[in-house]
Write a protein that binds this ligand. Structure first.
Ligand SMILES: [Zn+2]
Length: 412
């Protein structure tokens, strides 16, 4: 009898230690870098790992993975033209769960795309798990210069919620930096985004477990979001799957402000967790991030709907009937004969045709860095003898025609 209790304890411990949930630990800089490179290496046809800049102080590489179908066969221009979702993490070095979210999402998209290429078709995903490599290594919010990287971007820089005093480790400070975009990490991220046809930008953080808008839309310093209907649609869909609510940001010069303000992407911060990580919490990292990952999936799976998205219903020699299946309105629609100002989501309209090209803007906001939102669709208008029109080219933009050309070339 006296052996039974110790035996029970041993059995209990064996079960308690079972599927390693309790011992799962967060990555650090080196393991995240190694695992990210290894993950991309497992999918050579659709993923490219790259290192493209060094951190401010320790000279650590900032690394990314680029994902697209047959990616090694695409030219730089073809890759840059693909509608893109960009996910980053760890602008704040002590917010490691945001790197985990980026990594897990990357893993999911790669796995699903390998099993079913349509999951990736016509789109591009770029993931940078760690923006602030020095801070991540040192468990410090700021970069090596004491700058809060998420106050350093050149859009509304310094307008509110920032400090002019260098920060210290681990968690203090909102120092905006000596000038806008002053930091190497900020510049690296901007350079990357400039090479993308950016539809959606999620920047991962931790602390409040909610969604943060690109800039304040209420109270002092409020500026309206021109594509608010689109944002609202997305935010509602997102709440449905993740339960996360949204709020104004607490500081200006955030990466997402530049993402929407300059680069025309629907940009939000996803605060993926309320805290860093509590050792001994009996859940896996994946379980802790389950709701956020559902939201990332939602954005990826509906990427082309972020904005007006026109599809052709029917066509005659002098007109084309289109329906907007996007989550936002389409603007300045023309087929070479007058301009239709706006077609709302779900709306159907007939456009007069004066050419074989239909063009529209999928957002109303015009970014600081030129207009990036024009969609061009080819129309077909060959009149048959019986007066019937041959089917129009599929309602896809030239971007996709390009991809088709690439695919055809490959078959040779
Ligand atoms: Zn943060």
């Amino acid at each position: 009898m006296k052996y039974i209790l110790p035996l029970l304890v041993i059995v209990f411990l064996a079960f308690a230690a079972q599927p390693s949930e309790a011992v799962e630990v967060l990555h650090n800089y080196y393991s995240m870098k190694g695992d990210t490179e290894e993950l991309a290496g497992n999918y050579p046809d659709i993923a490219i790992y790259s290192e493209h800049a060094s951190s401010t102080g320790l000279g650590l590489e900032i690394f990314s993975v680029d994902v697209a179908l047959n990616i090694t066969e695409l030219s730089e221009d073809e890759l840059a033209a693909l509608p893109t979702m960009y996910v980053d993490g760890v602008h704040h070095g002590n917010e490691g769960m945001s790197a985990e979210a980026a990594f897990l999402f990357l893993q999911d998209v790669l796995e699903r795309s390998a099993a079913d290429p349509t999951y990736l078709e016509g789109k591009r995903l770029v993931v940078t798990p760690v923006m602030n490599a020095d801070g991540y290594l040192e468990d410090c919010r700021n970069n090596w210069n004491g700058v809060d990287l998420n106050r350093n971007y050149p859009y509304m820089w310094g307008m509110y919620g920032t400090s002019d005093t260098r920060g210290s480790c681990p968690a203090s400070g909102t120092y905006r930096g000596p000038s806008e975009g002053s930091e190497a990490e900020t510049q690296a991220n901007m350079e990357m985004m400039r090479g993308m046809n950016l539809y959606v930008y999620f920047s991962g953080h931790t602390g409040s477990n909610d969604i943060v808008l690109p800039w304040k839309i209420t109270g002092e310093f409020a500026v309206p979001i021109a594509d608010w209907d689109l944002y609202e649609h997305f935010l509602n869909e997102s709440t449905n799957v993740s339960g996360l609510s949204y709020r104004d940001p607490s500081g200006a010069g955030e990466s997402i402000a530049w993402g929407y303000g300059a680069r025309n992407a629907v940009s939000v911060i996803v605060e993926v967790d309320t805290m860093q990580w509590l050792p001994g919490v009996t859940t896996t990292i994946r379980e802790a991030l389950a709701n956020e990952l559902l939201m990332y999936d939602l954005a990826w799976e509906n990427l082309l709907l972020f904005g007006g998205h026109l599809e052709i219903v029917s066509e005659t020699s002098d007109s084309v009937k289109v329906i907007n299946t996007g989550w936002g309105a389409a603007y300045n629609i023309t087929a070479g004969n007058g301009i239709t100002e706006k077609i709302g989501p779900g709306e159907t309209k007939t456009i007069k045709k004066g050419s074989n090209v239909l063009q529209y803007l999928r957002l109303v906001h015009v970014g600081e860095e030129a207009d990036l939102t024009q969609i061009t669709m080819e129309l077909g208008d060959v009149m048959e003898d019986d007066g019937e029109i041959t089917p129009a080219l599929s309602p896809l933009s030239i971007i996709f025609s390009l991809i088709a050309v690439v695919a055809l070339r490959k078959r040779k």
